[in-house]
Design a protein around this ligand. Structure first.
Ligand SMILES: [Fe+2]
Length: 192
């Protein structure tokens, strides 16, 4: 898509992104998440019955441009695979470029980590803005009982690296504890 030349506004709601010219809707089902959840047996048990949508996002991306800002809205549906909450696949940015999230609905956690072995967690509740510096991989997790919905904005030249996370996993994972969600070390993590 080319750079928008005219000013515009847009309601930050999936139904309005659906209608917005140039927006692309991407759906991630449970089967798209194979290998990302620690409990492989729980994953196969669930897949034997159904292949639900875990999350979907609508994006308007100005690929290959050094102008404009790309933006998108993500909706993660509530639920768990085993004890692990529904989450996005997560990625690194392969080129320098930061990202901002603005939380609209729901309750979540943003997992962050660098290739140098740093890891962090940021709370996501409506009204929060989360700032993700370029070298931090990011994955969002829905820890609530309702949809987690957030707006994201990033520079148009960013390339996304999903493979590193798919191969190594995240250092931390978010699971259901005795009293709500808790962040634990991911036993499947094989990165730095
Ligand atoms: Fe990103």
């Amino acid at each position: 898509m080319g750079t928008i030349l005219m000013p515009f506004n847009l309601t930050v709601q999936p139904r309005d992104f659906d209608l917005f010219q140039g927006a692309r809707r991407i759906v991630r089902r449970l089967s798209d998440m194979r290998g990302l959840y620690t409990d492989k047996e729980a994953m196969e048990r669930l897949l034997a019955v159904d292949d639900p949508i875990i999350y979907e996002f609508w994006e308007v991306e100005y690929e290959g441009s050094d102008r404009g800002l790309s933006f998108g809205i993500t909706r993660i549906y509530p639920g768990k695979v085993g004890r692990e909450y529904h989450m996005t696949r997560g990625h690194f940015h392969t080129t320098d470029g930061d990202e901002v999230y603005v939380v609209m609905e729901g309750q979540g956690l943003l997992l962050l980590q660098t290739k140098e072995g740093e890891a962090g967690t940021i709370e996501m509740i409506p009204g929060h803005m989360c700032y993700v510096p370029a070298r931090w991989a990011h994955r969002t997790v829905n820890i609530g009982e309702h949809d987690l919905v957030f707006l994201s904005i990033w520079p148009p030249h960013i390339e996304h690296d999903y493979r590193t996370v798919a191969q190594s996993g995240f250092a931390q994972m978010v699971v259901e504890g005795t009293d709500g969600s808790m962040v634990t070390t991911n036993p499947s993590f094989s990165g730095a």
